[in-house]
Design a protein around this ligand. Sequence first.
Ligand code: TRP
Length: 334
Amino acid sequence: MLDGKKSLFSGMQATGNITIGNYMGALRNWVSLNEEYECFFCVVDEHSITIRQDPAELRRRARNLLMLYIASGLDPKKNCIYYQSHVSAHAELAWILNCFTYMGELSRMTQFKDKSQKHADNINAGLFDYPVLMAADILLFQSDVVPVGVDQMQHLELTRDVAQRFNGIYGDVFTIPEAYIGKVGAKIMSLQDPSKKMSKSDENPNASIYLMDDPDTVMRKCKRAVTDSEGVILYRDEQPGVKNLIDIYSACTGKKPEEVVKEFDGKGYGDFKVAVGEALVSIMKPIQEEHARLSQDKAYVDGIIKENAEKAAYYANKTLRKVQKKVGFPERIR
Ligand code: TRP
């Protein structure tokens, strides 16, 4: 709770390009949440350096992601959209929470195990500590709810455990966050392997459509999407590729899968794929145009960045000061 309103926090890494799966499954559904919650959408650049990054590239991607949040419809006056690295309370609270988190808990994190396997040459302490920084992100804003994918549920559980442990010692300092279960967005699968979720880090470039792909690329990827030899457009598990295309078309047009099936009754896969491509382009175009406009308006975006970092810091520092006092740090002299 913040100022009597429930609060919500979510973060995204600026590594990899945002896909239509991220957009339809998450981003797009965040747009109206500010009516009910005080919302914080953070570009978690401090998490990104747990894997080696090219500095110029990280900076460029972080700014792009922040602009994409806005271009996707998140109103930066009503949602706090900011960079994690601009609010030092994240790192400071993470340090304190480190002292309330056990090595054993962190060793059990499956993402840590996966990532250390993938980056065996750079298993740094930050990678191990990643979930504690994430806990700090969430707890700083007294978050009631956190929209996260299943892959982040273990980290959210750890956040709750650490918060409860801290509260058990010092009294009610932190709100215990829950996973946000609201209107779930469409789950978009890979175009090349419809048994897998569409991912921003897929090695096959034809598997994912990126929000910034140009119309020709979108069309080409749709035409190459894996289907089957049934030759009928039906919404059923036996035809996962076609089902996924129907889901994408539904998500773009707002039509129900049954209506889509009716609309394309008797049509071939070729025609349908073109229609899916066109539907995608028509929802992506306004986002890309807004992104391009924001890219041109440096002063406006800089203003948003400054204002929102100050707003985030205000709330974050309130929690941080309380925590510092609880653990026994000396009072600040003013
Ligand atoms: N770890 C999350 C991911 O990779 C990103 C993240 C960082 C996050 N801090 C967060 C998500 C706080 C939700 C809340 O997807």
